[in-house]
Ligand binder design. Sequence first.
Ligand code: ATP
Ligand code: MG
Length: 428
Amino acid sequence: MEKLTAVKGMNDVLPPHSATLEWFEASIRTLMRQYAYRNIRTPIVERTPLFIRGLGEVTDIVEKEMYCFEDRLNGDSLTLRPEATAGVVRAAIEHNLLYDGGKRLYYMGPMFRHERPQKGRYRQFDQIGAEALGFSGPEVDAELILMASALWKKIGLMDVQLELNSLGQPAERLEHRKALIAYLEQHEDKLDEDAKRRLYSNPLRILDTKNPQLQDIVNAAPRLMDFLGADSLMHFNTLTSILETNGIAFTVNPRLVRGMDYYNLTVFEFTTNRLGSQGTVCAGGRYDYLFEQLGGKPTPAVGWALGVDRVLELVKSDGERAVEPVLDVFVIVTEATAFPFVMKQIAMLRDLGLSVQMHAHSATGLGSMKSQFKRADSSGARFVLVFAADEMAAEQVTIKPMRDASLAQQTVPVQHLPIWARTLQSHD
Ligand code: ATP
Ligand code: MG
């Protein structure tokens, strides 16, 4: 039979790594609560036009990375979401979420992009994102950046760098665009295929090229920063002054543009040099025109998204931490007939808050007491409870401490179990 494997670029998350992921998600929930961001969950499948209108037609994602398919019933074009901001804004408009003022939201979940899989770049990957909807001032841009910085500190990533830029407003971008096209036309013979194609459709994106041969040309290109008006500059300067006051180091990168067309004013990226060309772990910016583009009322907004796989890659390279859940009790059962009674005792222990793993039949049976003890040992449980034939006859249970040498093994009446369980400090 043909071997069944996962789709290329789509990964299984297995224990113990899944425990690291759960630990990270728990850190995020705490962080979001501290910053008063509330959870939103939108569907994984959206109508294709949402992304075309939201992200822009001439973007990598829309041009070549989306998983689109047809709804068999009505022929609608649907897409596995490549990112979640468009869906969040769609939901905010659809449910009139901002009727009583701005909303701070966060999401976590899988995104899908048809890219060339490599370390830190997958076809299904998890993102966590924060969006502040309905807020126009640079203080919220700063709040989001402070929150991300707090996260790096909290999970022990010390080498994440912040790069900032301002994309200004559409009118300013238009002036810059004219100057940029005029400049690039002078060098047209040296441009690569991608750049030539984008020369008139999306010249700003050419500045973001990874082609080393174009670096000199883009380095000398007209800078958007030099085309900003007073209001845009004020927004940018207020943001940087908040960051400075709060001890957040950053560099201004005038060539920083983002992969989606919806950004204006502030854009930023958190990067490391430990992940090769997949060095951006978190990216975001302001998108004050997206609501209108998706048919809503004009509404300022700003947000970021982080790549969970990349962040956890860094955490792992710092040494996988002991985040495996602590198991309180492993239960050994030597007679199959004991299960009804034993499982009642286990339910009681769990009700008291303990984590309990029960030995059960495998394909080869229950196994000997010795082999069960081996499993108990490798489970990492703090205690083993033995329900063997002799003990069951006398309605007794043996409690064997596995980790603490100062405790002695004891055999007690089964009805004493709740008292014993209450003396245990649960690790939850
Ligand atoms: P890149 O330049 O690396 O392709 P991007 O600009 O396409 O990133 P965004 O769309 O801004 O990325 O997504 C935010 C974050 O999500 C990225 O900074 C990255 O950490 C993560 N990310 C994006 N694409 C992938 C992917 N294919 N696999 C894993 N993580 C990804
Ligand atoms: Mg990309």
